[in-house]
Ligand binder design. Structure first.
Ligand code: SF4
Length: 361
């Protein structure tokens, strides 16, 4: 049974959205920038609850989905090297590269280990001194401090068989690239609670200041998301734009200074390729020169890898930019499903296609 206050909250936000739709003569377009929010929105039926008045679209919030096809191919090249044990998070195993996947390479005999935490991979390296461990660093600001900590620990312990392939990405530059795209038009943004725990809400204030788009940092309960929608709608109604923190229990304007210090001790900003976007200046993090011994790209240089387009028919690139939705894809649920994913948005637990497939739009 739904609590009375939840019913009141839904009624209040619905009524606000109806009056705004009437005023604007169209639905209000709000993007969520976090794969976990995408799942919550689909799973709890929030998308369909508001569908008449609010269009909720998914953005570049899933780190696996935004990893460029060329980088997937590079990960597979590492897995193919005889002397390397490739360590990764589970989501990467099924992601198709241009010619193979880690799953296929493992079936052919490649040494691939799956870990939930990078520190488990570090412990694995300690316990297997005869193996060269390459950890695939995929993730946003939420995950990066853990990897920074691993590199610092590996250096302190003088581990010689642990290195990182850093494909980390920072969300604020990607949001700028997204909002600079003339084909994208948004009325509001639900900002990622976990990322903002590290970056702080201030890192996203440029969205309100420069683009006049109201934002709310949201937690991960369905009611958190509905409240965030309500906060954004209220700002639209007042014709004001600011970044409000709806996830006050964890997020501060300045973020987590200790975690940020750890990140910038080990890494420095670099350009990075994003699926659907191409190269975004300053959106990646590379390992600093003084930690070069732990940089897989320096330790095990790869041959030139050509840039390749997405697999034919897959529109994941447009989905992570919010230009299309999963059901626009002609392969959705026919050729492409979570058991046999054709693109990363169907592989990842946080991918929009997987959310639509499992819970509906
Ligand atoms: S349904 Fe499959 S092929 Fe289509 S965009 Fe999603 S992941 Fe790519």
């Amino acid at each position: 049974m739904v609590d009375e206050w939840v019913k009141d909250l839904i009624d209040e936000v619905l009524s606000l959205s109806r009056s705004l739709k009437e005023k604007l003569g169209r639905r209000i377009k709000i993007m969520e920038v976090c794969g976990t929010h995408t799942m919550v929105i689909s799973k709890s039926g929030i998308r369909s609850l508001f569908s008449e008045t609010v269009e909720l679209i998914s953005g570049p919030g899933c780190p696996v989905c935004v990893t460029d096809q060329m980088d997937i191919d590079k990960i597979i090249l590492y897995a193919q090297m005889d002397n390397i044990t490739l360590c990764t998070f589970g989501d990467m195993i099924k992601v198709p590269g241009s010619l193979s996947s880690l799953e296929k390479e493992r079936a052919k005999g490649a040494r691939i280990e799956v870990f939930y935490s990078p520190s488990d991979a570090l412990n694995y390296a300690k316990d297997h001194p005869d193996e060269e461990i390459v950890f695939v660093g995929i993730g946003f600001e939420t995950t990066i401090p853990l990897l920074a900590h691993c590199i610092l620990e590996a250096k302190r312990q003088r581990l010689q068989n642990f290195s990182l392939f850093s494909l980390h990405k920072c969300l604020p530059p990607a949001m700028k690239a997204l909002l600079d795209d003339p084909e994208i038009s948004l009325d509001g943004l639900i900002l990622p609670g976990h990322v903002c725990t590290i970056t702080g809400s201030r890192a996203f204030e440029f969205i309100a200041d420069d683009y006049r788009i109201p934002c709310c940092v949201s937690g991960f309960e369905p009611t958190d998301v509905i409240e965030a929608i309500g906060i954004i709608l209220a700002h639209i109604k007042r014709e004001e734009a600011k970044v409000e923190i709806g996830y006050k229990r964890l997020v501060k304007p300045e973020g987590n200074l200790t975690a940020k210090r750890a990140i910038y001790t080990v890494f420095e900003p670099s350009d990075a390729r994003w699926r659907g976007f191409g190269e975004i200046p300053g959106s990646g993090l590379k390992i600093k020169e003084e930690y070069r011994d732990f940089d897989a790209e320096a330790k095990f240089p790869l041959p030139e890898v050509e840039s390749v387009p997405e697999r034919k028919g897959c529109i994941c690139g447009d989905i992570v930019k919010g230009k299309k939705i999963p059901t626009d894809c002609s392969l959705f649920s026919k050729v492409c499903n979570p058991k046999e994913p054709f693109g990363p948005c169907m592989v990842s637990q946080e991918g929009a296609c997987a959310a639509y497939y499992n819970y509906g739009g």
